[in-house]
Design a protein around this ligand. Structure first.
Ligand code: GRF
Length: 187
């Protein structure tokens, strides 16, 4: 199987990046991660790139032309899938158009519910019975593109923000890899 080249965008801890790196060790997994991009210079997730000898790039989003710098790098590595894994920046319409290939994102709720930030607080406040995570295609609106994989669980009486986050993230690792397998199943 010829694997596709993927790039993972992060801003923080990078546990989803770590999980995708693990999945990509399997020769039947459709992608290899060729590049990691972070908009935070001290994102912990960069360590996973370093440890696994994956090239990584810090991108200063305050620079006016940061997206064209990014696109150039992405072209260099022949990236055909961008995975947003805790990347805390909205992708512009121009970038979506100029890149023109698949961009996917993971979000810690059952979209279309609870788009945006502070998800777990809002879920608890709203007395939801169930929650989970969603992997979806990225379009120009926040947390809005077509869903690829969604996984859910029932919220327990004692779940707080920390526990909800842990439970959700455990599902995220599975959902992200499953979504990538699903995308390339027939290609
Ligand atoms: C994940 O929970 C994801 O749903 C959200 O940001 C978090 C990133 O976590 N978009 P990590 O950096 O992968 O550990």
């Amino acid at each position: 199987m010829v694997k596709k080249n993927a790039c993972v965008f992060i801003s923080g801890y990078g546990s989803n990046l770590r999980s995708l790196i693990n999945s990509s060790r399997n020769q039947n997994f459709p992608i290899n991660i060729r590049l990691v991009v972070s908009n935070k210079i001290n994102a912990k997730g960069i360590l996973y790139a370093k440890k696994n000898s994956i090239p990584y790039l810090f991108i200063n989003t305050k620079k006016r032309n940061f997206e064209s710098i990014l696109l150039k790098e992405i072209k260099k590595y022949k990236i055909s899938l961008i995975c947003l894994a805790g990347y805390m920046k909205v992708i512009s319409k121009k970038f979506l158009n100029d890149y023109g290939k698949k961009i996917i994102n993971i979000h810690p709720s059952l979209l279309p519910k609870f788009k945006g930030l502070n998800t777990f607080e809002r879920i608890l406040k709203n007395d939801e019975k169930k929650t989970g995570c969603t992997v979806h295609y990225v379009n120009e609106k926040l947390d809005n593109g077509k869903n690829i994989v969604q996984k859910s669980f029932f919220i327990s009486k004692n779940d707080n923000i920390k526990i909800l986050k842990e439970k959700t993230q455990r599902l995220e690792y599975k959902a992200f890899s499953e979504a990538i397998i699903k995308i390339y199943r027939y290609n």
